[in-house]
Structures are given as structure tokens and as C-alpha cells.
Design a protein around this ligand. Structure first.
Ligand code: HEC
Length: 324
């Protein structure tokens, strides 16, 4: 009996040591044990140590036991036996089973008898009964919570989880601004971002594009014409990857972070429509934003001299002028 307890203790200590290793050693998704084989050695040492402790304590006990007087030995054996019988686990286990010992079966035997086959009127095992009571309590709580007080159902739980995840993503984006690339970049209109863009522009770009974007070595950035395409995505791409070979516009992605390129792109676009002191002539093609809302234009001849144009339902009336 003593050895069983020893085995159990050793197994328990090993399990504990293993779990402790897995939970404390940072190993990502894989098992710490596989990632760091040295853990095997540590566990091996723990194993030896646990066995040594068991052996030593058993030896000590037996030496002490032999040193006792005969009477004391008897008292010790009796107390050990008592302790074993009145062990809390054993007692609880027995209680939960509530088995009638075979000697007392006559108390619960029913009075029918079929060819010698008889039936015992056993009570329900308490472990089973307690679980049954627990389900009843659960059912009542569930019923009250979800059907009387209308608790949240799965659909609402789902909505809440999605909303939380969205908020987390927003929060994450705030701290990870540099996650943007040419596909996800959007024009920044916040004062701080545009001001930061201005600072970057003045530090890196004015030698070729002038302070006001009017252009010098590089093209005019304030007009409607773009060599490499207008709009936030094209401008971001030009700044990130550079212009055509040999033209002088280098790729800035090694010098500027994605967030900074988004800021300076937004600043460049904010210059659109301003009037620089010495603007360079337009170069490239007229850029029409494919995503711009289409204006609804309706033209109506009122009479031979008047014409009405409706733009987005706003009527404008003007005189017809003959072309000369
Ligand atoms: C060494 C001179 C030089 C510097 C510095 C420079 N650029 Fe340019 N940039 C150019 C030239 C030249 C072009 C035209 C490239 C081409 O034709 O392919 C250009 C093109 C551009 C365009 C595209 C214009 C169009 O019409 O499509 C943008 C946007 C732009 N630059 C932004 C910037 C920004 C922002 C900076 C600073 C981070 C900067 N540039 C720094 C010379 C420069």
C-alpha cells in the first residue's frame, strides 16, 4: 500500500513539473518540451530527485519504527490503520456510492423471488442524485434568466463579439499605422496628419517640387494633370516606388515609413487647386477620379433663347449664345 502512494506522489510531482515547464517557458505554439530538449534533462533530474526523496523518507520511517519499543510500535501500527480507514477520500467515496455491504443485503431485499432471482431495493447512488439535483437547479436558473428575464441569446452574443473585435481592430490600427500599403491607404484629412505631411514635404521634396508644389525639377503637384496618376493610391505609389527611371523622383519607401508616406501623400493632395507663385506647366494627363460621384446633368431647352441645365437637381438658367 505504501508503495502505491509513493508511485502516485512521484507521478504527481512529474505532472506538476511538466505543467510548470509548459506554462512558464515561452515556446509559442509548439510544446516547450519539443522546442527546448534540455527540458527533458530537467524533468529527468526532477524524477531522480522525487524517487530519492521517497526512498529516503521510507528508509527513515523504517529506521525510526525499528527504534521504537514494542508497545510504541503497536500503537503506531494501530494509528496508521485508523488513519487509513478514516481517510477523507475513502470516506467520501464510500458515502457517494452508498453501497449496502453484502452482509446487510437482507435489509433491502424485496419480497418477490423468481426461480431464485431476487431484487434489491438499492437507494439511488448519491453521486448520481446530486448531479440530478444540479441539473434541476441549472434548468431553473436557465429558464429564469433566458426566458423570463430575456437574457442575451447567441445572436446577440455574436453581435457583441463582432463589435468588440471591430473595436479591437480600430485600436490596433491606431498603434500600427504603418500597416498601410498602396492597397489600403486612404487620404488623411486630420489636421495633425496634414501638418506632419507638410513637415516631411518641406524636409525632403521642396528642392524639386518647390515649397508651394509649383514644380521645378519635378512636376507641378497642384494642377489637375498627373504623369503617374492622381488620387491617393497613385500618389502614394509614386512616392513609395519612385517615378520613371532617370527622371529624378526616387523611391522613398526606404526613407519614409508607410504612415509618413500616407501623410505626405495627403499633404500633396491638399495642395490641389492652390495657386503657386511660379507654376510649372501641366504635364501628363488630366486626372479624373474614377470614384468621384457622378453628377447628374439634365439639359432642357426652354425656348429659342433660353436653356436650363440641372446639376444634381439644382436648376441653372442661362442665355443661349451663338458661337461666332
Ligand atoms: C530629386 C528631385 C525630386 C525630389 C527630391 C522629389 N521629387 Fe517627386 N518628382 C520628381 C520628378 C522628376 C518627378 C517626375 C517623375 C516622372 O516623370 O516619372 C516627380 C514626381 C512626383 C510625383 C508624381 C507627379 C505626377 O505628375 O504624377 C509626386 C506625387 C511626387 N513626385 C512627390 C514627391 C514627394 C512627396 C517628394 C518628397 C518625399 C518628392 N516628390 C521628392 C523629382 C523629385
Amino acid at each position: 500500500m505504501k508503495t502505491t502512494a509513493s508511485y502516485l506522489r512521484v507521478i504527481g510531482i512529474m505532472t506538476l513539473a511538466f505543467l510548470l515547464m509548459e506554462f512558464t517557458v515561452e515556446s509559442g505554439d509548439s510544446w516547450a518540451l519539443l522546442k527546448y530538449p534540455v527540458i527533458w534533462a530537467v524533468l529527468g533530474l526532477v524524477f531522480l530527485f522525487a524517487i530519492a526523496v521517497e526512498v529516503i523518507s521510507e528508509t527513515l520511517k523504517s529506521i525510526l519504527f525499528r527504534g521504537l519499543s514494542e508497545e510504541a510500535q503497536e500503537r503506531y501500527i494501530a494509528s496508521e490503520a485508523y488513519r487509513k480507514e478514516n481517510n477523507w477520500f475513502k470516506k467520501t467515496y464510500k458515502k457517494l456510492l452508498a453501497k449496502k455491504p453484502i452482509e446487510k443485503e437482507s435489509e433491502i431485499v424485496l419480497d418477490h423471488n423468481y426461480d431464485g432471482i431476487r431484487e434489491l431495493d438499492n437507494v439511488l447512488p448519491p453521486w448520481w442524485l446530486y448531479m440530478f439535483y444540479a441539473t434541476i437547479i441549472f434548468a431553473v436558473v436557465y429558464m429564469v434568466r433566458y426566458h423570463v428575464f430575456d437574457g442575451i441569446d447567441q445572436e446577440e452574443e455574436y453581435e457583441i463579439a463582432v463589435a468588440e473585435a471591430r473595436a479591437d481592430i480600430e485600436e490596433y490600427k491606431k498603434t500600427a499605422k504603418d500597416l498601410i500599403d498602396v492597397n489600403t491607404v486612404e487620404i488623411l484629412t486630420g489636421k495633425e496628419d496634414v501638418a506632419a505631411g507638410k513637415t516631411i514635404f518641406e524636409a525632403n521634396c521642396i528642392a524639386c517640387h518647390k515649397v508651394d508644389g509649383g514644380g521645378g525639377i519635378g512636376p507641378n503637384l497642384t494642377d489637375d494633370y498627373w504623369i503617374l496618376g492622381g488620387g491617393i493610391k497613385n500618389v502614394f505609389n509614386t512616392i513609395s516606388e519612385g517615378g520613371r527611371d532617370g527622371k529624378g523622383m526616387v523611391a522613398w519607401k526606404t526613407d519614409l515609413k508607410p504612415s509618413e508616406m500616407a501623410q505626405v501623400s495627403s499633404y500633396v493632395l491638399s495642395l490641389h487647386g492652390t495657386t503657386p507663385v511660379d507654376p510649372k506647366d501641366p504635364e501628363g494627363d488630366l486626372w479624373i477620379d474614377p470614384n468621384a460621384p457622378v453628377e447628374e446633368v439634365e439639359v432642357k431647352q426652354i425656348d429659342s433663347t433660353k436653356i436650363q441645365i440641372k446639376i444634381e437637381d439644382q436648376p441653372v438658367t442661362g442665355d443661349v449664345v451663338e458661337d461666332e
